[in-house]
Write a protein that binds this ligand. Structure first.
Ligand SMILES: O=c1ccn([C@@H]2O[C@H](COP(=O)(O)OP(=O)(O)O[C@H]3O[C@H](CO)[C@@H](O)[C@H](O)[C@H]3O)[C@@H](O)[C@H]2O)c(=O)[nH]1
Ligand SMILES: [Mn+2]
Length: 576
């Protein structure tokens, strides 16, 4: 019997028609503009002035960037999933959730623990789900917070499951209780339980906050210089009568070794440590990566992602499912577009119709195997050269096809030792970690670069954008943070553009043209400032000094009307 499809992909035909018509109109206007510029430059007299040439160069650069931008709008699609058609829970593959935190002062432990709890409460079989927190700051408050979170989860998870809660991030659930229609209304049992859990949450909050207050300032220095700490939260959960409580996902705290003499490669380095440590513990074939400020808002996201990963037609080449980044702290006017609307509303659905969206750092379900490269012809010696000298880890690499979590926690002291070895700062020496294996170190934008290389290898990705946001995070909301983030992002993009991995050269021979254009657009993004500076200053200066740089009567009537119609349309679109 032919089974029903797990997902559907619908091309957005009307959007494509509107986008292409607009591109054509804009293109015609550009042709008119360049006709005017070139014809006046080629005239023997008068000689074009320097401002004229600079404005022309700016327009050229902007037009080239615009041209690449059109690839995003060419073939947009939208996706629907049918999680109810997934196989039984016993047949579902395991998922390891990786959450990264780096600084307990900027990323409050209570918020981080809420993300951890929301991930533990995902609607997925608990023996197939494991949550790993990477703490790059090595802060004891975060470790204490994890222990508290584990204790609270023992009550929180059964409560979520029993009443089928839709909001499983405790802070959000309790703070929106007044207007919350979550849970079975008017059920006395539910109301009673809710009050009990609320009390436990208050206690949990108090303990985490208190742990934060007791931490001295000596931690600031130790965050850059400390030994690895790995702790599996696995005390035997028993209730008062000594009966085993509900099953819980595995919860692991990982703080990798950091030394000032060794570069730590930021988030990519932290994720690679998690890949290795989880490899010898649970080795799930799929991983979900989350920033510590991005909680799971919809518990069904794991099942939605599996609708793609478990489709035998697309799964062989499929590397990851990217969910959009959505934010809960956007202010009303959002003048800096902290929501990144253009990316998640226009660009990623557009790329989804090509080879798939770019990797966006958080909120993606990645196939572990995709990060290990092609292993088919590798013997143990080659595997050690690539992955380092941990036999346990090499064994896990062989086993990645095995579905389900291994929960390899029996000989805990040996496992602990091995995990510490894998999390040490010298482990990656003379290996291919960060170069070919795992998340790549070449750029500070590890997500963009890792996704780019995966696409260059012929892998695909899917953009899953359900109406209920799967994850919600915090965006930058002030100019200062925005500038710091923007500078880092542009620096990361330029690192790739100026290297041998430049999308125009490296990508063009390995990816379809439209996909290359999408990467090309971002590759040129750091150059945006040049034409913007020119166009923001030169025309005004020219106006004051009476130097003509814009069309006069000489331009043919047809072309001038195209230009006028286009720019009117364009300004309407902008104000819209
Ligand atoms: O040395 C580090 C630095 C950062 N992080 C974590 O990485 C995440 C993202 O870092 P953040 O400083 O919040 O950067 P953003 O610019 O907000 O992050 C965006 O851009 C990053 C690429 O630079 C992506 O990795 C992120 O997913 C994406 O949300 C956070 O959870 C950090 O805790 C680490 O674990 N170790
Ligand atoms: Mn962030």
């Amino acid at each position: 019997m032919k089974s029903l499809p797990l997902h559907a992909c619908t091309p957005s035909i009307s959007s494509a028609i509107i986008n292409r018509s607009y591109s054509l109109l804009h293109f015609t206007a550009l042709v008119a503009l360049f006709y005017y510029r070139l014809s006046s430059i080629l005239l023997p007299k008068p000689k074009p002035s320097l401002p004229y040439l600079l404005v022309f160069a700016s327009e050229m650069l902007l037009s080239i960037i615009w041209l690449f931008d059109q690839a995003y709008t060419w073939r947009p699609v939208s996706r629907t999933t049918f999680p109810e058609r997934l196989p039984e829970d016993e047949e579902l593959p395991g998922i390891d959730v990786f959450i990264c935190t780096a600084d307990h002062k900027k990323e409050p432990p209570l918020e981080v623990m809420n993300t951890v709890l929301s991930a533990m409460a995902l609607d997925y079989p608990s023996d197939k789900l494991s949550v790993y927190l990477s703490d790059d700051g090595g802060a004891s408050v975060t470790l204490l917070g994890m222990r508290e979170a584990w204790l609270f989860a023992r009550s929180w998870l059964p409560f979520c499951r029993r009443f089928g809660l839709k909001t499983r991030c405790p802070e959000v659930y309790f703070s929106s209780l007044e207007d919350n229609s979550d849970g079975p209304l008017h059920s006395l049992e539910y109301e009673e339980e809710k009050e009990k859990i609320k009390g436990k949450y208050e206690l949990f909050k108090e303990r985490v906050n208190k742990a934060g207050e007791n931490i001295g300032s000596e931690e600031a220095t130790s965050s850059k210089d400390h030994s690895p700490v790995i702790e599996v939260m696995d005390d035997e959960p028993k209730d008062d009568a000594g009966i085993k409580q509900a099953k819980m996902p595995l919860l692991v705290y990982v703080s990798r070794e950091k030394r000032p003499s060794h570069s730590h490669h930021f988030k990519a380095g932290a994720l690679n440590v998690l890949l290795r440590v989880s490899g010898i513990m649970t080795n799930s074939p799929y991983i979900l990566v989350l920033d510590c400020d991005m909680y799971c808002n919809d518990p069904t996201s794991a099942r939605q992602a599996m609708c793609f990963h478990l489709d035998p037609k697309i799964s062989p080449s499929l590397a990851f499912i990217q969910f959009p980044q959505k934010f809960r702290n956007i202010n009303k006017n959002d003048i800096y577009d902290g929501q990144l609307r253009k990316i998640f509303v226009i660009r990623w659905p557009g790329m989804d119709g090509l080879q798939g969206p770019m990797l966006s750092g958080t909120g993606f379900y990645m196939k572990r195997e995709a990060l290990y490269g092609n292993l088919s012809q590798k013997d143990v010696l080659h595997l050690k050269q690539s992955f380092g000298h941990s036999n346990e880890f090499i064994m896990s690499v062989h086993k990645i096809y095995q579905y389900g979590a291994i929960k390899n926690t029996e000989s805990s002291s040996k496992l602990q030792q091995e995990a510490q070895f894998l999390a040490s700062c010298t482990y990656e020496k003379n290996t291919l970690w960060g170069e070919q294996m795992g998340f790549l170190y070449h750029s500070v934008l590890e997500d963009y670069f890792t996704g780019f290389i995966l696409h260059c290898k012929g892998k695909t990705s899917v953009f899953c954008n359900p109406s209920k946001p799967a994850f919600l995070g915090s965006s930058t909301t002030n100019l200062n943070d925005m500038m710091v983030q923007g500078t880092r992002w542009n620096f990361g993009l330029f690192e790739v553009t100026l290297s041998k991995f430049c999308p125009f050269i490296y990508g063009l021979s390995r990816m379809p043209v439209l996909q290359t254009m999408c990467y090309g657009y971002l590759a040129l993004q750091p150059l945006y400032f040049l034409p913007l500076w020119c166009l923001a200053t030169l025309p005004q200066l020219c106006l004051l000094n009476g130097i003509p740089i814009y069309p006069q009567a000489r331009i043919p009537t047809l072309l001038s009307s195209i230009l006028i119609i286009h720019f009117k349309f364009h300004s309407c679109a902008l104000s819209f």
